[in-house]
Ligand binder design. Structure first.
Ligand code: GLA
Length: 396
């Protein structure tokens, strides 16, 4: 729930999407699904280095409702208010000789990308409506939730083999080819496989995940959206990825997951100082993530919180993906008693912080952050939720 008391309810989103469907296409939608956004507790910029991450799925979701239609032409509409492009797109089902390609509006590229990479055949044409409570571009994986919602929707029209890892990978591919972002697997993975009441420790090399319980009622996970997004995001993300691949190659490893600090120190002469710092962040962040998951299992929240702050500082100083707004949010949160840890979450250059704190410290922490932050933050008090799922259309 948002701290301003707004319940971001899946049922409300579903009814809004169903009403829009009836208005636009007539008749009732036959299928409804949703897929969540995520917040990453620790393990940042480690996924594309085959490392460890510890995200959880959010109660914030993208909902997709729709029906099969005859012919080859698909129509999709979004009711997201913050979209300032055309809200409807029409496209033909892809064929071998005419695949779906990137175009405008930008939001539709995620839809087209997933249709293109969908693993079931033969896909029928469809008409659908999208609605989302995941803030767009806020670092909570609005794009992965959209991709996974589309994939889950297509599974209802024409089932694939049900392999959930392959589903996450197909959605990641969609983001690579149709949004042009060379992202790792974390966001799509947790949007597919998230587990209520748990964070997921994902090993991005083996693609195995261990659920870590996170239901202590005395604990709160607070997300603070800085509501800023610096334009560097795209280009800086791919340049970080390249720097890491370059570092791994110099160290003679297939990825930084296989490198140790001794390896890095031993090759210091062969690496420029920027590449060295990037690799140092990744190697230590993977280690921190393993330690944090252990600490969480033991209920050692102080230890967990300390690792969160170390992660933030490393992202700020070594990986250089934070920004002044995120730094202020973290510093403000850490000034209060009852706060265990705080850090930027997601790709960086804006978006959100995640803070772990005692439930009884929530109100004063929010108030203090509001006083200290010059912008207009949005707060979400959140709990680990379930991954993508089909929604019932009866009884509403
Ligand atoms: C974005 C990407 C993820 C991951 C994070 C940083 O959210 O989509 O794959 O790399 O940044 O941890």
């Amino acid at each position: 729930m948002a701290a301003d008391g707004n319940v971001l309810d899946v049922a409300a989103l579903l009814s809004a999407a169903r009403r829009a469907y009836e208005r636009s296409y007539g008749g009732e939608a036959q299928v409804a699904v949703c897929a969540p956004g995520r917040v990453n507790l620790i393990g940042e910029h480690t996924d594309y280095n085959q490392g460890l991450v510890l995200p959880m799925a959010l109660p914030l979701v993208t909902v997709m409702v729709g029906s099969i239609t005859s012919g080859q032409s698909c129509s999709v509409e979004t009711i997201a208010e913050s979209v300032d492009e055309p809200k409807r797109v029409d496209f033909d089902l892809p064929t071998e000789s005419s695949p779906l390609t990137r175009g405008k509006p930008a939001w539709a590229n995620y839809v087209k990308g997933v249709v293109q990479h969908y693993r079931g055949r033969p896909l029928p044409a469809f008409k659908a409506v999208l609605a989302s409570s995941v803030p767009l571009g806020g670092g909570l994986s609005s794009s992965a939730s959209l991709e996974v919602a589309v994939y889950t929707f297509l599974q209802q029209l024409c089932p694939d083999d049900g392999d959930e890892i392959a589903k996450a990978v197909a959605c990641q591919q969609a983001e690579h080819t149709h949004a042009g972002v060379p992202c790792g697997i974390m966001d799509q993975f947790v949007s597919v496989l998230g587990k209520q009441g748990h964070a997921l420790l994902i090993d991005c090399r083996s693609l195995e995940a261990v659920p870590v319980p996170l239901t202590d009622p005395s604990l709160v996970i607070l997300i603070t959206n800085s509501n800023v997004r610096h334009s560097l995001t795209g280009s800086e993300y791919s340049s970080r990825r390249k720097q890491c691949e370059n570092a791994a190659a110099i160290l003679g490893k297939s990825s930084l997951r296989d490198a140790t600090m001794q390896d890095l120190e031993g090759s210091q002469e062969s690496l420029d100082s920027v590449t060295y710092r990037r690799a140092e962040h990744v190697i230590k962040e993977i280690e921190r993530t393993a330690q944090a998951a252990e600490a969480l299992k033991r209920g050692a929240y102080k230890e967990f919180g300390k690792l969160m702050v170390e992660s933030h500082n490393s992202l700020r100083d070594l990986y250089e993906v934070s920004c002044p707004e995120l730094d202020v949010l973290v510093t403000a949160a850490m000034e209060l008693d009852g706060v265990f840890g705080s850090r930027m979450t997601g790709g960086g250059f804006g978006g959100c912080t995640v803070t772990l704190l005692q439930a009884d410290a929530t109100e004063r922490t929010i108030k203090h952050i509001q006083e200290r932050y010059k912008g207009h933050p949005t707060f979400y008090i959140t709990t680990p939720s379930e991954g993508a799922r089909v929604l019932s259309l009866t009884g509403n």
